[in-house]
Design a protein around this ligand. Structure first.
Ligand SMILES: Cc1cc2nc3c(=O)[nH]c(=O)nc-3n(C[C@H](O)[C@H](O)[C@H](O)COP(=O)(O)OP(=O)(O)OC[C@H]3O[C@@H](n4cnc5c(N)ncnc54)[C@H](O)[C@@H]3O)c2cc1C
Length: 412
């Protein structure tokens, strides 16, 4: 059997895990050559630990769990191309065009492009493409720029200084606004926090969900004044009931984190702060629901400025599916790349895994669960690809009969 080539797009937690699993089943690369394309300029790392950078309890290198650069390549015979984004997939030709300007042919393609921070539609911080613009689009754009304009799709403009320094694309967000999805984001937030401490200012965290609260706690632990701004009447309203939310808010306040509930961020004003609407001194909800036009105008006039030097957006994520959609792969109604029980997309040679993928049968195609499940999916897919002669659907093993877990939640 001739050696096949598997290209993985995405050097994140799941993509690297998949590559390692595939190599474990094929240790001397007899069956499969593997190339991993990663837009980020570093080897795979554990994003879950990013708040520990903010609190100062960990350094960048502590997050690298696997696939450390050259290690991944020499120990696992995997070609890892960091700082290289995939910018186009041609399903008919079975090729991927990279930001370096070359074209890579594949027998199997694995999409592990993850998800990006959602940029809410707030005056002053909307990304170029408006609601839902991803912060990570900047990362891919940067990889394109680093291609030096060599490739098709390279915009041919020099990277901004900020982009050169920390991977942030100045075109996406104002300089004092960031998400927290990458190590580069964490460094950016640490710089904003240091400025806030120096100026006796504060950082606003938009979003009182798990990630926002983790980040707020970590910032406060390092002596940064922080205010969490949350639209609902209590924190973590998707997971907790009102009394539990109150207990949580009390615990955060005891740690020095200010909590503003029932308010909506409406405008970011650089150098001044975040304008809030629906502010109620007791933290209760004073939303505009039920107000007539005059009432809404009065509410607008009552908007209040929360003075702060920096803003962390923690308003959810959106799956990174632009490449897949542009190639014509089917998406689920919730916008993930649609996969079947064998983690295969609408093209039999293309698989998707991790945050970018969803099973149409799983709660509207939503992404699949916790890290342990995703890790099992990486193992499962490695077996699919290795046992798959790359000829199409009919040759695929029936995974439902074997020991391989199915993609459907909660078993992914
Ligand atoms: C601060 C934080 C805390 C978290 N805590 C938890 C937790 O406690 N529990 C939990 O279950 N989950 C948690 N998560 C979510 C978890 O990190 C993700 O579910 C996980 O990272 C998904 O892995 P992935 O490989 O699918 O995507 P990612 O890890 O996002 O990796 C995707 C990679 O693909 C790359 N990429 C995208 N497009 C391209 C392209 N065109 N070309 C090349 N490369 C590309 C990106 O640069 C990125 O490196 C947390 C996330 C964060 C940010």
């Amino acid at each position: 059997m001739s050696r096949r080539h598997c290209v993985v797009i995405g050097n994140g937690m799941v993509g690297v895990r998949f590559a390692e699993e595939a190599r474990r089943h094929d240790p001397v690369a007899r069956a499969l050559a593997i190339t991993v394309l990663g837009a980020e300029h570093r080897a795979g790392y554990n994003r879950v630990l990013l708040p520990n950078l903010l609190s100062g309890t960990m350094q960048d290198e502590d997050l690298v769990q696997y696939g450390a650069g050259a290690g991944l390549q020499s120990e696992h015979a995997i070609l890892l191309r960091t700082g290289t984004a995939a910018i186009r997939i041609n399903l008919a030709e079975q090729t991927v065009t990279t930001s370096d300007g070359d074209m890579v042919r594949y027998d199997h393609l694995v999409l592990a492009t993850g998800a990006t921070a959602r940029v809410p539609a707030i005056t002053g911080i909307r990304g170029r493409e408006g609601e839902g613009t991803s912060a990570r689009a900047g990362e891919v754009a940067r990889a394109r720029m680093d291609g030096g304009g060599r490739g098709p799709g390279a915009p041919g403009k020099a990277p901004t200084r900020a982009a050169q320094e920390d991977g942030w694309d100045a075109g996406q967000l104002p300089r004092d606004v960031t998400a927290l999805r990458t190590i580069a984001d964490a460094h950016r937030l640490m710089t904003l926090a240091a400025t806030a401490r120096r100026k006796h200012g504060r950082i606003a965290v938009l979003g009182g969900g798990v990630l926002g609260l983790e980040a707020a706690r970590a910032l406060a632990a390092r002596g940064t004044a922080v205010t969490v701004v949350h639209q609902a009447g209590h924190l973590m309203d998707r997971q907790l009931d009102v009394p539990a939310g109150r207990v949580l808010a009390g615990a955060l306040r005891a740690m020095g984190v200010e909590v503003r509930l029932g308010v909506q961020a409406i405008r970011w004003e650089p150098g001044r702060g975040l304008w809030l609407d629906g502010m109620a001194p007791d933290g209760g909800d004073r939303s505009r629901a039920g107000l007539d036009g005059a009432g809404r105008a009065a509410a607008r006039a009552a908007a209040e400025l929360l003075p702060c030097c920096g803003l962390l957006l923690s308003a959810g994520t959106i799956p990174e599916t632009g490449l897949a959609a542009a190639a014509g792969l089917r998406l689920t109604p919730s916008g993930t790349v649609a996969i079947d029980d064998a983690l295969t997309t609408s093209d039999p040679r293309v698989h998707a895994i991790g945050d970018c993928a969803g099973h149409p049968g799983a709660a509207g195609g939503r992404r699949a669960g916790p890290p342990a499940h995703r890790s099992r999916a990486s193992r499962a897919l490695s077996r699919v690809v290795l046992s798959h002669p790359a000829q199409g659907r009919r040759d695929r093993p029936d995974l439902r009969r074997g020991p391989v877990p199915r993609a459907r939640r909660p078993g992914l």
